[in-house]
Ligand binder design. Sequence first.
Ligand SMILES: *[C@@H]1O[C@H](CO)[C@@H](O)[C@H](O)[C@H]1NC(C)=O
Ligand SMILES: *[C@@H]1O[C@H](CO)[C@@H](O)[C@H](O)[C@H]1NC(C)=O
Ligand SMILES: *[C@@H]1O[C@H](CO)[C@@H](O)[C@H](O)[C@H]1NC(C)=O
Ligand SMILES: *[C@@H]1O[C@H](CO)[C@@H](O)[C@H](O)[C@H]1NC(C)=O
Ligand SMILES: *[C@@H]1O[C@H](CO)[C@@H](O)[C@H](O)[C@H]1NC(C)=O
Ligand SMILES: *[C@@H]1O[C@H](CO)[C@@H](O)[C@H](O)[C@H]1NC(C)=O
Ligand SMILES: *[C@@H]1O[C@H](CO)[C@@H](O)[C@H](O)[C@H]1NC(C)=O
Length: 210
Amino acid sequence: MSDSDGGGCCRCCCSFILTSGLTALFLWLSLRTSNPKCSIQNFYVPALNKTLNSTTNHTIFFDLKLDNTNKDKGVHYDAVNLTFYYGPNVSFLIGNYTVHGFYQGHGKNTHRKYLLDTRGVPWDEALKAVSNGSLAVFRVDLVTAVRFRIIGFKTKRHKLDLKANVEVDGTGDKLKKKKGIRLKSGAPELDCYHARVVLSVILSAFVLLL
Ligand SMILES: *[C@@H]1O[C@H](CO)[C@@H](O)[C@H](O)[C@H]1NC(C)=O
Ligand SMILES: *[C@@H]1O[C@H](CO)[C@@H](O)[C@H](O)[C@H]1NC(C)=O
Ligand SMILES: *[C@@H]1O[C@H](CO)[C@@H](O)[C@H](O)[C@H]1NC(C)=O
Ligand SMILES: *[C@@H]1O[C@H](CO)[C@@H](O)[C@H](O)[C@H]1NC(C)=O
Ligand SMILES: *[C@@H]1O[C@H](CO)[C@@H](O)[C@H](O)[C@H]1NC(C)=O
Ligand SMILES: *[C@@H]1O[C@H](CO)[C@@H](O)[C@H](O)[C@H]1NC(C)=O
Ligand SMILES: *[C@@H]1O[C@H](CO)[C@@H](O)[C@H](O)[C@H]1NC(C)=O
């Protein structure tokens, strides 16, 4: 075996690794998905509106925004289950609401507005809190699963399990936040972490090759 044969083989091997690396990087870039952003844009509790001076209306009006931030991937939502609690923990279940499953194109967002009939809110306690100038806290949990549509095929289901605390004052309205209140996952974002690991492995492979 001559030296040139060995060199040719090595070059061939290198270009094979380089090509697979580039392919992997390209695939990762085009298959990468990000979960839809879910937020509470509006949350109004008439019973806590002190100007109304009446606690007979036990409804809560909310506006949920579901935002598909992927630039080129659609999202199929399974039924989106919302559960509402009084207080930051789950001891007072006050209502629930389900958004039927639907498809959302890339870069699209949608609002679901609803007047929810609540039960079991300790209104006296909530009123006392807001009369005192402090805040009544409601907790909103969102559970669903989404599949991404990439060039005509669907990915497997990704579970979303999100929550947010909504603070309401004596106007009955949620505290003003420009972008609404984002529903967040309690667990760290595993997908994002995995993606970063894959990317750094690919980049190290490139550095070793060059
Ligand atoms: C609120 O309503 C109660 C009776 O329903 C009344 O006694 C009270 O004066 C009202 N307060 C205000 C500020 O309107
Ligand atoms: C309760 O308040 C909401 C929001 O202001 C209103 O749309 C609804 O008609 C009220 N319901 C009753 C029974 O007063
Ligand atoms: C839940 O919150 C209530 C007050 O809103 C508190 O009294 C209760 O101890 C809490 N329960 C747990 C399990 O944290
Ligand atoms: C939602 O509320 C209905 C009654 O309003 C109840 O029958 C159902 O079990 C609730 N679902 C959940 C998941 O809490
Ligand atoms: C209202 O505020 C006072 C003092 O600021 C406090 O002593 C009292 O416990 C508060 N009541 C409620 C229901 O938060
Ligand atoms: C949403 O609620 C429905 C009915 O209560 C249930 O069948 C479904 O499994 C729930 N979805 C999730 C993701 O928990
Ligand atoms: C509270 O009630 C008053 C009187 O009906 C109304 O003008 C005001 O808009 C209500 N507040 C909110 C935040 O809707």
